[in-house]
Design a protein around this ligand. Sequence first.
Ligand code: ZN
Length: 500
Amino acid sequence: MMESEDDLDSLLRTIVDLNHACAILEWDQETYIPDGAHESRASQLASLRAVAHAYATSERFANALNRAEESTDPSDDRRTRLLRVARRDYTKATALSTDLVSRLALAEARSKDAWRRARENDDFDSFAPHLNLLIELNREKADALGHDGERYDALLDQFEEGLVTSTVDGVFGPLRDELVPMIQAIDDASQLDDSVIRGDFDEAKQWALSKEIAAAVGYDFQRGRLDKSAHPFSTAFSIFDVRITTRVDRHFFSPAFYGTLHEVGHALYEQGIDPSLDGTPLADGTSLGMHESQSRLWENLVGRSLPFVTWLMPTLQRHFAGTFDGVDPERFYRAANRVEPSLIRVEADEVTYNLHIMIRFELEKALIAGDLSIEDLPEAWNEMYERYLGIRPESNADGVLQDIHWAMGAFGYFPTYTLGNIMSAQIFDAAKADLPELETNIRSGNFEPLLTWLRSTIHRYGRSRTATEILEEVTGVGIRSSNWLDYIRRKYGELYSTSL
Ligand code: ZN
């Protein structure tokens, strides 16, 4: 009996190792790869992925998993949780036929390429057939993965276990109804001055500051690195190697600073997973929504708060001699929280951001259901921006073509961003209740109590607890938007001297 269990563990470790080797190749592709090497890298990745997939769907693995399930004592909680996740991954990996997997891979590769050119040339028509094919393939994928009549459910479940469309509708609908008039009221109030974070900020100094802040909040550089990339991201190759990237804008302070803090939030989660889970499929964030809750918590709830900015000011003045002299924390705080409806999701402020997500959710749900045709998509997009945010894209490049997600075939992904925002407020409220000194701690740059709390309530579990289990344990309730809405109302009502 021991032998079969050992066999499963070593097979799981091999699968984990192969997937992490792919992640290293991808990290390199986004950071240091020479321009001429993209073709060969694509081939290396495809080969290694195929090996990992063959391993994960092999008869040998299936037999080992079956034997382990039969021989495991159900009261062995730790083992049972590992087997549950191993079974879920196996079921997902084997649900799709090799034929469908390769048709998807081919369509995605071609579509990404077509999308890049279409966006450059503001030419939606050249991208439309690719998008059409990806929608058809995603319907086929949803049917293969299985659902109770709502195809979009199967797509959501890939990223957020157990999440169904009706739940998202139930959260997003009321949230949108509250947000639209709130943004209107902010728009009518007098605008905040953000000139203090616009100007000329030496890139090397921004870089040094980002590193110092990452370390200050608890990012462990002995188990990670910070590098530059065009699109910031975080990635883990084990609990002992969790990397982050950022980008620097010489004329705008926020992208490097808050971008780094965001990725640090993701990385703190991965660095905080119980080390004994390393080498198993449990050593990963439990869902995309929970992951995003951690990045948003550090970026917004902590990083864009007045206590944090108050602590930050002397550090800023030290790094940028002359630039921030005499700037009081309030002024920086107002600048960092300026709200302005914009066309581009990744540049959106905290208040308007979720509307960008809701628009994408409504549209992709309709596309998968067949209620919206590709040719009507650009106009539907523009019309929703006008209705929800009061602005209308002048071009498809700034409209329907701006995100890579659909071009990558990622349908059901967008909602996890808003779920993460909502959860971040629920989790932060729970932390405040448990840590009465939290604000004082943040004002004095002592982030350890918060990080320790997050580690013990969320991080350490990895995938051994689902997002729903963790959220219910931490907050006593499931996902709900009221904490986030209260936070927004209070903070921005005060900032804009208006009642929201
Ligand atoms: Zn994120």
